[in-house]
Structure formats: C-alpha cells, structure tokens
Unconditional design. Structure first.
Length: 594
C-alpha cells in the first residue's frame, strides 16, 4: 500500500517537474519575444512566431512527458517508478547546472559508449560469466561457524574482569572491531560490555550499538562463548579508567597483534583493576595468529550474531523487494539479513517489467577517500585546492606530510593507489560485457564531484539508482542523520545483489560484503574486484589500445580475482572466510573437512 501511494507520488512528481519547466519555457519564449520588440526589430509577426513556437514547444514537452510517464508506469508497474524520479532529477539537474562533465578517458569512453549502445555483446564476452560464479568449486565451501549448542558448554564463570571497547570508524570498521573484541574477551576470560561507538568527524553519526544491531540477539547468540553484559557493574562505572591505567589505546598494542601479546600486556591490567577499556581498537588482532576455535568465534560474531535492528531490516527488505521480483526473495542471504522482519508482500514488489536481477556497485569515491589517496582526477587547480582543504580539516597529519614530501599523483596512480572514478568503474563494466540495460544499484554516499563525476557512468548505464531513488524520502527519514544506518542499507543491497562490483577492494564495506557473499551466498554470489594496479597499467596505454584488447585485459584482471582459494595468509577472515573455523570444504563423500 505504502509503495503504491509512493509510486503515485512519484509519477505526480515527474509531471509537476514537467509543468514547472513548461511554465519556465513559456516565460522564456514570451520574454525573448518582448526583447525582440524592445530592440526595435518590431515585426509583429516575429512576436507571434515566438509565442507560437513557445506554445508548440510546450505542448510537445507536455505530451512527451505524458508519454514518458506512461512508459515509466508500464515499465516499472508502479512499484519502483520512483526509482526513475531520482534519476530524472539527476539528469535534469545536470542539464540545468551545465557543469563540465569530468572525463578522464575520452577515447575509451567513446568506444565503450558505441559498443554498449548497440547492445552488441563484445567480441568475446561469452568468455565471461556475467551473472554467475564461474568456478563450481565455490559451492564446495559451506558456512560452518554457526553456534552449536552443547549442553553445559559456556565460558568460565570466575572470569578475569570486564572489557570495554570504544570502536572508531564507520559502520564496517566498527563491526570488525566488535568481532575482534569478542575474541579478545574470550582469550582473556573476560566479560565483554556491549561495545560503544566513537563519534567521528568524517561519519558524523551518533548511533550506538543498539541503534544498529539487536543487542539481545547478540548477547544470547554468543553466550556459550563469551559473557556479554550491557553495562559495567556500578562499582566500576565510577572509576576514571585512564587515571588507573586501564585505558589501552591502539598505541599500546601492535597492529595485527597475536593473542599472546594480549595476554602479556592486557591481562595483568585486567587482573589488577578488573576492567580494561580499549579505546579505538582498529585492526589490533591479527588474522593468522589466532587458533581455529577463536577464528570460528570471530566468524560466528560477524556472520551470525550481528543482526541489524528491525527498523533497518524492514527498510532493507523493502529496498530489496523493490530491486527484485518478489519470486527472488527468501534466499539464504535474505534469511540471514532480515530474519523474521522480511517483508513478503507481493504488492510491494516490482511487477513484470521490473528487473529480474541487479548489479550493485560500491562506488567508493567519497571525498574522504579521494582526499586521502593523494591522487588527482583531472579536475585541475580547483580540485587540488578543495582536496587539500579537506585534508587540512580531516587528516591534518597527512596534510603536513604531503607538504614536506613530494608524493607525485602520477606515481600514486601507477601504483594503483587511486580510487576508481565512476567513469573508470563504468569502463570496467562495459568491458566485461554488461549491456546498457543493466540495472545498477549504486552504494556509497556523496560522490566527490557530484553529478558531473557521475555523468559518464549514467550515460553508459541509464538504469542506475541509489537508495534515495528506491526508497521515498519518508521511508528514509528515520535514517537521514545516521550515516552508519544508511551504510547498513547499502550493505544489505550489496549483499543481496546478483552481482556485486567493487571499485576499491580495500574498502571496509566492500570487504565485508564480499566476505558475506562468500559465506552466505552458497557459491552463487559473484563479486567483481578490479586490481587497481593492473587497471592503472591498462589505462595508461589508453592512447594505443583497441576496444577488443582493453576488454580482454580487463576480463583477465577480474577473472583472476574470482579463482576460488582458501584464505591466503595475512588476509582478513571477514573478507575471505574460506578458512578453517569459518567455512568448511565438503569432500566428495558429503562429509566436511575442517
Ligand atoms: C581462561 O580459562 C581457561 C579454561 O578455564 C584456561 O585454560 C585459561 O588459562 C584461562 N585463560 C586466562 C588468560 O585466564
Ligand atoms: C616538515 O617540514 C618542517 C619545516 O619545513 C619540519 O619542521 C618538519 O620536521 C618536517 N616534517 C616531516 C615529517 O618531515
Ligand atoms: C537531523 O539533524 C538536523 C540538524 O542536526 C535536525 O534539524 C533534524 O531534525 C534531524 N532529523 C532527524 C530525522 O532526526
């Protein structure tokens, strides 16, 4: 019902925009006629001509808008016609503001446009599985970190004290910190206090654990492994933890430390004071120094125990339902993401004309990322100044380092350290053979450079939406001031997508979603990773490369990332859960190999 009403609003919105523009055009026509008169060109018939042209143009515009409204309603069958409203507005904005389009690779873009507009599959696109996982071995890996409730099993009762963590970063960095803290609490036989989230000037979100994750579910799911409580007991709450030496910052522990380091440096403090506060706690626990049963705990936390609150689950489920046909619901992934809060109302779903599958693209091209990379993106002096100003505000130490050292942007680029622009992401997709009709959900917040940056991509792929297009402003209102909760909706859309395309494999959201798709995707949830260094080399040869050669090299690059292998040493288990303790490899006889 809500969707139908919203859809109505959507087409109404489009028509209103039409009327507005029409009125403006009429006025423009009249005023140009008036100008003609005042300039003394006088001819009365010229004025009549101008008005007639204005009126005719107006009528044509109205009729074409009506046609497009009808077309939209037929195509989208109501449910996500609003999806196009956002895009329409985007396009109209681009026309209105007339910003210069920011193109870095004009030659390739032209070739891509001509190839995908013809909707002709590329010379050898049949070599590339667009919507499937090409390697069947992927299906041999099964999730195996779920809780086994053995009676009488539980953590030691007389534990060593309480662990408090204040996690920094955005949604995904916090998630990693939470699951690492679970392991540290288990190692130290400590009780974990529900994690706190630090406010960051980049993410600007005051959300706490309970605003994002179901607290009770988390506590109860982990209870046979780690005691988790909501608060410190009163006698510890009044302590000044920093003053008594119970505060442990990231400076006190090696990056990717071993569990024995925690026992050596943290356990004595815990035993002495009964409490330790980890402040920050980013990436402090290594991935290879952890025994299998603790690795399992980490995956149990990340892949099973952390469920979004019902408010996020419901909005996420609505988002997915509109992005897919109803029949595609209720996959294993959906169950994991939405639990009992999965909306299952066929009336909400998109109709027959809706996309049956969609690709989610995580466009990690926000200003923080762009500024941090120290790269240049063809925007000249203006861009340079803006990024430097951003660094001064948000990354002061980096800004200082940059002033002293001579990091060349070209060098950064050739080392693969620059985030992909929307244009470069579009070129990868077209080289792989995704045609112009491909339905693309773009995750990521404020794209640096806005519409002008995005336009090369929307030109290649006009069926491109974000959550702001798929959900109405009313539906998004409860999340509006909370970037982490908005990021949760993106995470959901990316995890559920038929294909997930990453622009920056190092980004936390991309990394967590890739892992989630490996773990819960049953070997049928492909993810496309570019290798930025190789892509930079390919793009560097832009001047001479032909489209066929570009396609072949991009395909090889993406295909190599798709090979199925156990987690290599040093890699995150959250991103690559095919590792002992997390996933198990089924043998031919049906048994599993831990
Ligand atoms: C935690 O408890 C286990 C089981 O009782 C014990 O073997 C281990 O030594 C304890 N570790 C610490 C750091 O207290
Ligand atoms: C940067 O330069 C300033 C003075 O120009 C100097 O005091 C400072 O130590 C330098 N910092 C680094 C990190 O080299
Ligand atoms: C969001 O924040 C702004 C300013 O901080 C405030 O005026 C507005 O009411 C907030 N909206 C919601 C939905 O919380």
């Amino acid at each position: 019902m809500a969707a139908a009403a919203a859809a109505g609003q959507g087409s109404g919105g489009a028509t209103n925009i039409g009327r507005l523009r029409c009125a403006r055009q009429g006025k423009a026509a009249a005023s140009s006629a008036a100008a003609a008169v005042s300039r003394g060109v006088t001819a009365w018939h010229l004025r009549v001509f101008a008005v007639v042209v204005g009126v005719m143009g107006c009528l044509l515009l109205v009729s074409s808008l009506m046609m497009s409204a009808v077309h939209q309603v037929q195509f989208r069958n109501g449910a996500i016609s609003r999806g196009f409203r956002g895009l329409q507005e985007l396009k109209q904005n681009s026309v209105r503001t007339e910003q210069a389009e920011q193109i870095m690779h004009p030659r390739l873009l032209e070739m891509a446009t001509s190839v995908i507009t013809k909707n002709e599959p590329g010379s050898d696109s049949e070599n590339f599985a667009l919507w499937e996982e090409p390697y069947k071995q992927a299906r041999k890996w099964k999730p195996c970190a779920a809780k086994h409730s053995l009676p009488g099993e539980g953590p030691e009762k007389n534990n060593n004290g309480f662990i408090l963590i204040s996690a920094n970063g955005g949604l995904n960095q916090q998630r990693v910190a939470v699951c690492n803290a679970v392991v540290v609490a288990a190692v130290l036989n400590a009780t974990l206090v529900l994690p706190r989230f630090l406010y960051s000037s980049v993410w600007k979100d005051t959300s706490q654990f309970g605003d994002i994750y179901q607290e009770d579910y988390f506590v109860s799911y982990m209870k046979s492994d780690v005691h988790i409580v909501k608060d410190l007991p009163p006698h510890l709450q009044s302590l000044d933890l920093e003053a008594i030496g119970s505060q442990v910052t990231d400076m006190d522990i090696t990056k990717e430390a071993t569990t024995s380091e925690f026992i050596k440096t943290v356990l004595p403090i815990l035993r002495q004071n009964g409490v330790v506060h980890f402040l920050g706690f980013g990436n402090r626990l290594g991935f290879d120094s952890v025994p299998v049963h603790l690795q399992r705990l980490r995956c149990r936390c990340n892949f099973h125990a952390l469920k979004f609150v019902p408010k996020i689950q419901k909005a996420g489920s609505l988002l997915i339902q509109r992005l897919r046909r109803a029949g595609a619901m209720q996959t294993e992934m959906d169950k994991q993401l939405f639990g009992s809060n999965m909306l299952d109302d066929p009336a909400l779903a998109a109709g027959a004309g809706a996309p049956s599958r969609f690709l989610a693209l995580h466009m990690r091209f926000e200003e923080d990322m762009v500024a941090y990379s120290l790269c240049e993106f063809g925007g000249g002096d203006e861009e340079r100044k803006e990024l430097q100003a951003y660094r001064e505000t948000h990354f002061p130490t980096l800004a200082v380092r940059l002033r002293n050292t001579s990091v060349s942007p070209e060098q950064q680029r050739s080392l693969g350290r620059c985030p992909l622009t929307p244009e470069e992401a579009g070129l990868v997709l077209s080289a792989l053979g995704y045609d112009r009709r491909t339905f693309i959900y773009v995750a990521g917040s404020q794209i640096f450079g806005g519409t002008a940056r995005l336009r090369p991509l929307t030109r290649l792929y006009p069926n491109l939406v974000t959550k702001d297009d798929v959900l109405s402003s009313g539906e998004l209102a409860p999340f509006k001031n909370f970037s982490s909760q908005l990021a949760a909706l993106d995470l959901i859309a990316c995890a559920s997508a038929d294909v997930f395309a990453v622009t920056d494999s190092g980004s936390q959201l991309s990394s967590l979603v890739s892992g989630y798709r490996v773990y819960h995707g049953r070997g049928r949830a492909p993810t496309l990773h570019p290798n930025r260094k190789r892509y930079a080399q390919i793009l560097a040869e832009e001047g001479g490369i032909e489209w066929g050669g570009f396609q072949r090299r991009v395909k090889t690059m993406v295909d190599e990332y798709k090979r199925i292998a156990a987690r290599p040493r040093g890699r995150s288990v959250y991103r690559q859960p095919r590792t002992p303790g997390c996933m198990c490899r089924a043998r031919g006889d049906g048994s599993v190999d831990f």
